[in-house]
Design a protein around this ligand. Structure first.
Ligand code: NAD
Length: 303
């Protein structure tokens, strides 16, 4: 049994912390939102007075927060003490939020400077994965810290991959989601083009899913209703993975593209396309709903 502090008990953090309790760990948690604290208490999490109170007696601290600025703020500095200053020396800090690679490295370096150890361990698999303990973890940090964290991550997920040193879990996450964002747009454009050419959705699916166009965006997240009955297109594009989250992750990818100077034209374009999508009704829709924008913005060939 490990004494774990869990800070951020939202859509993802709440069920993740509950799975740690189910696995027999002692979890003290905190969230700013009173209703989330009540829900977590019902799931067996001991609720602390504050984040600082939660970490004071912990061996491991897990954060699941909206963005990098929240992680850096709660970690704290010598001038504005936070979790790093409140924890016992040598505590293992695991940040599972999705944040920029450079912010992640900064957070880890601050943890080490304060006498602790740190891993970045972002996830994929969404709220369903968090609830069912089927998340995929992408982990950056030292080998021995990874081995110590592994059983805890396995209590919350199905796949745990050590991607390398500090920040490389976040790097894997944004690279994967850049592939995903670009390929979902490509699949959606192909279906709209097929429609215009008189090709049925099922015929295109039957060909592409068995040919070189095969990809997750087609065979699992098919953007039209019918060929894959479980895809969000069959339930009016309820997420799934919301457009707002895809836009956020592509923003982080773009930040990394800027920093590294690579020639990622499609990554930048996907960021712009999903940015616009998420500024409209797409924020709360599954990101495969981008097909409706493509259809709506296509020129009427018969005009
Ligand atoms: P969320 O907004 O539901 O949860 C974040 C929680 O952090 C909120 O409840 C908020 O009150 C809390 N919080 C913020 N500042 C705090 C502080 N100082 N102290 C304590 N609590 C604080 O977000 P989420 O959907 O759970 O996502 C969390 C992270 O996981 C994000 O970085 C997101 O990008 C990533 N992620 C989300 C999904 C998803 O499907 N929701 C999938 C993969 C990754």
């Amino acid at each position: 049994m490990t004494a774990i502090a869990f800070v951020g008990l939202g859509h993802m953090g709440g069920p993740m912390a509950a799975n740690l309790v189910k696995a027999g760990h002692e979890v003290r948690g905190f969230d700013l939102v009173p209703e989330l604290r009540d829900a977590a208490r019902t799931a067996g999490i001991e609720i602390a007075e504050s984040g600082l109170d939660a970490v004071a007696s912990a061996d491991v601290v897990i954060t699941m927060l909206p963005a990098g600025r929240h992680v850096l703020a709660v970690y704290g500095t010598d001038d504005a003490p936070g979790l790093l200053q409140a924890a016992r020396p040598g505590t293992l800090f695991i940040d599972s939020s999705t944040i920029a690679v450079d912010e992640s490295r900064l957070a880890a370096a601050s943890a080490v400077a304060a006498g602790h150890r740190a891993l970045d361990a972002p996830v994929s698999g969404g709220v369903v994965g968090a609830e069912n303990a089927t998340l995929a973890f992408m982990v950056g940090g030292a080998d021995d810290d990874f081995e110590e964290a592994r059983p805890l991550l396995e209590a919350m997920g199905r796949r745990v991959v050590h991607c390398g040193g500090s920040g490389l879990g976040q790097a894997a996450k944004i690279c994967n989601n850049m592939i995903l964002g670009i390929s979902q747009i490509a699949v959606a454009e192909a279906f709209v083009l097929g429609e215009r050419l008189g090709l049925s959705h099922q015929a295109l699916f039957d060909v592409a899913s068995n040919a070189s166009g095969q990809c997750w965006a087609l065979t699992t997240n098919c953007p039209v209703p019918g060929p894959v009955p479980t895809s969000p297109a069959n339930r009016d594009y309820q997420p799934g993975f919301a457009g707002a989250l895809m836009s956020k992750d592509l923003g982080l990818a773009e930040q990394a593209i800027e920093l590294t100077g690579i020639d990622a034209k499609l990554g930048r374009l996907a960021r712009a396309i999903y940015g616009e999508f998420a500024d409209g009704p797409g924020a709360g829709e599954d990101f495969s709903g981008i097909i409706n924008t493509i259809r709506a913005q296509s020129v009427d060939a018969n005009r």
